[in-house]
Design a protein around this ligand. Structure first.
Ligand code: SAM
Length: 343
């Protein structure tokens, strides 16, 4: 994951913490990518990173504030712990007994402590991976729990839902880098495919990379909530550019690669086609520049006026700034909701 994406995630998760320098528990930490990110960017006092697999921990990234322990989520070796912030990233679908894991979280969280579950849910399988390996959608639908199943199990364990947010960040800088990563070290999900299915998907991806290299779209610099905009939002954007434009199709160019870029095909009454890209800025951009959309729009206008071959900025909007993510807090805490990660 690019450092910028990891940092944006760490800052979002840190924004859910009830205290500024939290004691953090990372459950199913794997090789410690998030444990170290939280130590670096969430100002964690300590991160206890546990994983059931000693092999994963043997390759874990090191940091002076991160302690690794081999343990199961259903039996946390933390007597008397008072954890402020717990993270379960890409792990709930591995847990055979989510209620037991939830009960363990409740036991080790201090009153007011927050657990953040970062996961794909069955009803929102929108990763770009399914465009190239459509067979994975059905397989993932069988692997990932639904949002309501997670909420039911964690609530039964005595945790209270503080919020459900959705948030996307690029996991690779582009399609080609993603292709190379899939080729080099395929995620475990690809192990469910036959060799033929894997090769066919690679061929589809190679064709998309070749096609992407041969066109440059017009660009709409936009700022709206993360996640693909719905048809009504897209129609509003087109109407703002040219009321005669009609939406023909849209698709995320992103998903796992960059969840905040959407390609639009639109047509004019004379049949002329237009291709446009909607860019949606994430919290990291907005924190460094709340007016990212306006500034990028201006910059592209100036560069185009100077004759440089940059995308044509058509419209920008910075009226909506929000994002959603998934958090739980202990039911015994005073009534409060997790802080909104982005104002
Ligand atoms: C997909 S990896 C996620 C790693 C890391 N959290 C991340 O987001 O990059 C899932 C991890 O969960 C661990 N895991 C699976 N079942 C577990 C359990 N019952 N208790 C603790 N860890 C578990 C696996 O060993 C693996 O390292």
């Amino acid at each position: 994951m690019p450092e910028e994406s990891l940092r944006a995630w760490a800052e979002l998760i840190a924004a859910c913490s009830p205290v500024l320098t939290p004691d953090v528990l990372d459950v199913g930490a794997g090789t410690g990518m998030f444990a170290v990110a939280l130590a670096r960017w969430a100002e964690a006092r300590i991160v206890i990173a546990i994983d059931a697999s000693p092999a994963m921990l043997a390759h874990a990234d090191r940091h002076e504030n991160v302690r690794y322990l081999t343990a199961d989520a259903a039996a946390l070796p933390l007597a008397g712990a008072r954890i402020d912030l717990a993270l379960l990233s890409r792990v709930v679908h591995h847990l055979p007994d989510r209620r037991r894991a939830g009960a363990e979280l409740k036991r080790v969280l201090r009153p007011g402590g927050v657990a953040v579950v970062r996961t794909t849910v069955r009803e929102r399988l929108d990763s770009i991976v399914y465009e190239y390996w459509p067979e994975l959608r059905r397989l993932d639908a069988g692997r990932f729990p639904s949002e309501s199943e997670i909420i039911t199990d964690f609530s039964a364990a005595g945790l209270r839902v503080a919020g459900v947010l959705s948030f996307g960040q690029p996991v690779q800088p582009g399609l080609r880098a993603w292709r190379d990563a899939v080729q080099r070290r395929p995620q475990s999900k690809f192990g469910q495919l036959t060799g033929e299915q894997f090769r066919s998907g690679m061929e589809r991806l190679d064709k998309a990379i070749a096609a992407a290299a041969s066109w440059r779209p017009d660009m709409i610099a936009a700022m709206r909530p993360p996640g693909p905009p719905d048809a009504a939002a897209l129609a509003r954007i087109l109407a703002a550019i040219d009321p005669a434009l009609r939406l023909v199709s849209s698709r995320p160019l992103a998903g796992g690669v960059s969840a905040q870029v959407t390609m639009l095909e639109a047509s004019l009454p004379d049949g002329a086609a237009q291709r446009l890209v909607v860019r949606q800025y994430g919290p990291a951009n907005l924190r460094s520049d709340p007016h990212s959309a306006t500034h990028e729009h201006r910059l592209l206008t100036v560069l185009r006026a100077a004759g440089l071959p940059v995308p044509h900025p058509r419209w920008s909007d910075e009226s909506v700034r929000s994002c959603r993510s998934r958090t739980w807090s202990r039911s015994s805490s005073p009534a409060r909701s997790a802080p909104s990660p982005v104002s």
